[in-house]
Design a protein around this ligand. Structure first.
Ligand code: FMN
Length: 154
């Protein structure tokens, strides 16, 4: 075993395969989205999930001040969306967002979508953990997931 530093921490964590989500919020008619793989299930009863965002992010305020948000789990055909929402100025023009029931916007053609209410935020290290209650959800059995492993898409 080795002593931990930022480089070997990142490398080691990259060996944990994840799916990829895009978290979306709508505020004053503007849409903000961010590529996130720190998504996980938290509780069954009540149904809750969590994810974490870096508090150094230029758009953190839009996510931390919202009440509702959508979590869009990307399919294997949506690599471009992952790259787009990982950039500092994502392009929104060509995305046909669907209006959710709870003032959210949903990305179409995902393998799964969740509409959530943000219930708690916990500051830890340089990230904020977002805890959300699930309000509505849907999934598609015909699509395959976009997988992230070793800093590459599969
Ligand atoms: C596959 C992938 C997963 C990511 N997961 C997270 C995450 O869980 N939390 C986070 O804060 N940023 C995550 N990011 C980085 C953000 O998408 C984004 O690049 C970062 O917040 C910097 O942009 P900003 O300063 O404009 O917000 C991820 C990026 C990629 C490509």
């Amino acid at each position: 075993m080795r002593k931990v530093n930022t480089k070997n921490f990142k490398k080691t964590l990259s060996k944990f395969s994840t799916g990829i989500t895009v978290i979306c919020v709508k505020k004053n008619n503007s849409i903000y989205g961010k590529t996130v793989n720190s998504f996980n299930s938290l509780s069954l009863k009540p149904p809750m999930v969590l994810f974490s965002l870096g508090n150094y992010s230029s758009t953190i305020k839009h996510f931390s001040k919202t009440r509702f948000l959508s979590i869009n789990v990307l399919s294997s055909k949506q690599k471009e969306l992952s790259d787009n929402f990982a950039s500092s100025e994502p392009k929104l023009e060509n995305i046909k967002f669907i209006e959710g029931k709870n003032k959210t916007v949903i990305i179409p053609n995902c393998i799964a979508n969740l509409e959530c209410e943000l219930t708690d935020k916990i500051k830890k290290g340089d990230h904020i953990i977002f805890i959300c209650k699930i309000l509505e959800l849907e999934s598609n059995d015909k699509l395959k997931p976009l997988v992230y492993f070793n800093s590459k898409y599969f």
